[in-house]
Write a protein that binds this ligand. Structure first.
Ligand code: NDP
Ligand code: HSE
Length: 435
């Protein structure tokens, strides 16, 4: 029998994909959670916009609030769970109100954490309250806890990951079925993977929010979302997917963070990875995070990165920690000790590249292109030209050995000016990982 004074009361703001998943998990696994926490976890209050909508979960006896900020202030709750979304607006206001009124905060909101996590952590830590966000990165994979606690003995120099389930689902399905980008995106939205505004997914912003959070945790650095270089997947065409296949690569949208001592790289962009690289086998809505620690070496975590069940699993893990009194510094060390690390510019990145050109099929064109490469000290690895159509544009695909981004961009600037080049060159980075 639980002692009523020991009950841990939970208020949930937002009853969409994740909110409903969380309420259902707390209700359906109530006995298991009580055994694990040594106290009951009870949802006492909820908030969403439309009170009349059937949510598909049992809300009997739970106090309804139309206003999430009012619920954060006045609900009878120990923990306020924010599952509304958005970096500002009611999500931010309600979390601030909850902390101000002495409630722990759990959120799945990476936009909020990436933009305001540092200030919120300062407030929470000053007040001795938890601010937990396991669900904000990689859905159901316990990556925050793994880096913050499991890898606490290591200096992490680099990490990379598939951080957006929607993009991975789109790239996988486009490759497997040949269906269009728009068609597959609509399906990902129906499945509840995509953000309310899916441009955040396909333009790489959601993955950038997550990468900034991971970089802060891994490197003991102050969050620097503005320092993330971001490119999305809209420009990936079936033609590029076909060439990647022919060259032995798959497309992935990766987030990559690296602490180089003199600054950090934080970058999110599509990459071509060898089909036999471990990360290439992470398909569909699955996410994966790979870290390199100085004592542990490589660790790989993989699992479902989006959807109601997996994300609720991560939200509830934070609720359980707080209910058990396991309140840790938000970013692995007190927020006031996090240091500012400067961002290294993409021009200083070095790697291999794929370039696709549309050029007029006539003698001497390849000589002009390779001359520009030579002048910028870019070393060519392979060339593919398909078909023969004298005087008309044909596709030429080049891959480059390791070179600096400044050099390849300099060469492409010259190549684009050639009158035989009919479209802006398409540049895609290749990451081999096993090098
Ligand atoms: P949904 O759009 O499905 O749900 C959002 C909910 O917030 C809705 O129930 C909506 O109410 C409610 N809401 C909106 N405005 C207010 C307000 N002013 N006051 C109270 N409630 C409000 O979003 P998701 O469940 O998909 O996402 C929630 C959060 O979880 C986001 O931060 C998202 O980034 C994050 N996340 C989502 C994942 C996923 O797979 N979907 C995975 C990992 C994180 P109503 O229903 O009445 O319109
Ligand atoms: N829209 C996000 C994704 C949800 O597709 O990964 C999980 O954060």
């Amino acid at each position: 029998m639980s002692d009523a004074s020991k009950i841990c009361k939970v208020a949930v703001a937002g009853l969409g994909t994740v909110g409903v998943g969380t309420v259902r998990l707390l209700q359906e696994q109530a006995d298991l959670l009580e055994a694990r926490c040594g106290r009951k976890l009870v949802v006492t209050a909820v908030s969403a916009r439309d009170r009349t909508r059937d949510r598909g979960c049992n809300l009997d006896g739970i106090t309804w609030f139309d206003d999430a900020v009012e619920m954060a202030r006045s609900a009878d709750a120990d923990i306020f769970v924010e599952l509304i979304g958005g970096s500002d607006g009611p999500a931010k206001a309600s979390c601030e109100a909850a902390l101000a009124s002495g409630k722990h905060v759990v959120t799945a909101n990476k936009a909020l954490v990436a933009h305001h996590g540092h200030e919120m952590a300062l407030v929470a830590e000053e007040a001795g309250l938890g601010l937990a966000y396991e669900a904000a990165v990689a859905g159901g994979i316990p990556v925050i806890k793994s880096i913050r606690e499991g890898l606490a003995g290591n200096k992490i120099r680099t990490l990379h990951g598939i951080l957006n389930g929607t993009c991975n689902y789109i790239l996988t399905t486009m490759r497997e079925t040949g269906r269009s980008f728009d068609d597959v995106l609509a399906e990902a939205q129906e499945l509840g993977y995509a953000e309310a505004d899916p441009t955040f997914d396909v333009d790489g912003i959601d993955a950038a929010h997550k990468l900034a959070i991971l970089a802060s945790l891994a490197f003991g650095a102050k969050l620097d979302f503005e320092g993330v270089y971001v490119e999305g997947i809209r420009h990936i065409t079936p033609l590029d997917i076909e060439y990647a296949n022919e060259l032995g690569y798959k497309f992935k949208l990766l987030g990559i963070a690296e602490d180089c001592g003199n600054g950090i790289f934080q970058r999110v962009h599509p990459v071509m990875v060898p089909t036999d690289a471990p990360i290439a086998s992470v398909e569909g809505v699955f996410n994966a995070v790979v870290t390199e620690g100085d004592f542990v070496g490589t660790t790989v975590m993989e699992g479902r990165g989006a959807g109601g069940g997996p994300t609720a699993s991560a939200v509830v893990s934070d609720i359980v920690d707080i209910a058990c009194g396991r309140i840790t510094p938000t970013f692995g060390m007190p927020a006031k000790k996090l240091v500012e690390k400067s961002t290294l510019p993409m021009d200083s990145h070095s790697g291999a590249y794929y370039v696709r050109l549309s050029v007029v099929d006539r003698p001497g064109v390849m000589a002009d292109i390779t001359a520009a490469m030579r002048d910028h000290e870019v070393s060519l690895e392979s060339v593919i030209q398909r078909g023969r159509d004298p005087g008309a544009p044909v596709t030429v695909v080049l891959t480059m050995h390791e070179t600096s981004e400044a050099a390849i961009r300099g060469a492409l600037e010259e190549i684009e000016k050639l009158d035989a080049v009919k479209e802006p060159p398409r540049l895609i980075r290749i990451e081999r990982f096993q090098d």
